[in-house]
Design a protein around this ligand. Structure first.
Ligand code: GAR
Length: 187
């Protein structure tokens, strides 16, 4: 049985889909959800599924405190699902090729600092892009720049607002993210 650890900053709809997908899986289960935001919706979602949670400060993320707690959970994969802080180099170095992130656009376009959530979808629409999509990639020390594992695109012809793009992209994330994690854990 493999251990999945999730970092998230927000509502945690992706985290919840992953928890549910693996709830009765013989492959893996979610053993810990961490957040930098004490009131984040993801923490309530995790608790409602009886998944342990941990919150931390920026300092604790950067001074090795979070890494020490992670080690106790023996993660086989570390999943960033809407985690909006820079991920520290010591955790990336301790878990090479085991930290992955989901981004709500087709990288390398619309990535980098400040490109998260609705900001991404607004920029995509402002540039009249015919399509957008999702990217799942390994995390390195730069924002949104690690090797790409999986991409899926969708047409934007019927989307007039960033919120409509967001809803379409989020549905795509929910559909694919758990399956990609499972594939990485079994290959
Ligand atoms: C997701 O759309 C994810 O791709 C995005 O945050 C959202 C979190 O939603 N991540 C980024 O923008 C990272 N740059 P959720 O909390 O409902 O899972």
């Amino acid at each position: 049985m493999k251990n999945i650890v999730i970092f998230a900053s927000g509502g945690g709809s992706n985290a919840e889909k992953i928890i549910e997908y693996f709830a009765n899986s013989p492959v893996a289960r979610v053993v810990l959800v961490l957040s930098n935001r004490p009131g984040a919706g993801v923490l309530f979602k995790a608790e409602s599924h009886h998944v342990p949670t941990l919150t931390f400060t920026k300092e604790e993320l950067e001074n090795g405190w979070v890494l020490r707690h992670l080690q106790a959970f023996n993660p086989h994969i570390i999943v960033l699902a809407g985690f909006l802080q820079k991920f520290p180099a010591d955790i990336i170095a301790a878990y090479p090729h085991k930290v992955i992130n989901i981004h709500p656009a087709l990288l390398p376009k619309y990535g980098g600092k400040g490109m998260y959530g609705i900001h991404v979808h607004r920029a995509v629409l402002e540039n009249n892009e015919p399509e957008s999509g999702i990217t799942i990639h390994y995390v390195d020390e730069n924002y949104d720049e690690g090797n790409i594992i999986f991409q899926q695109s969708i047409a934007l012809a019927d989307c007039a607002t960033p919120e409509e793009v967001a809803a379409k992209v989020l549905a795509l994330e929910h559909e694919h993210f758990p399956k990609v994690i499972e594939k990485l854990l079994t290959e």
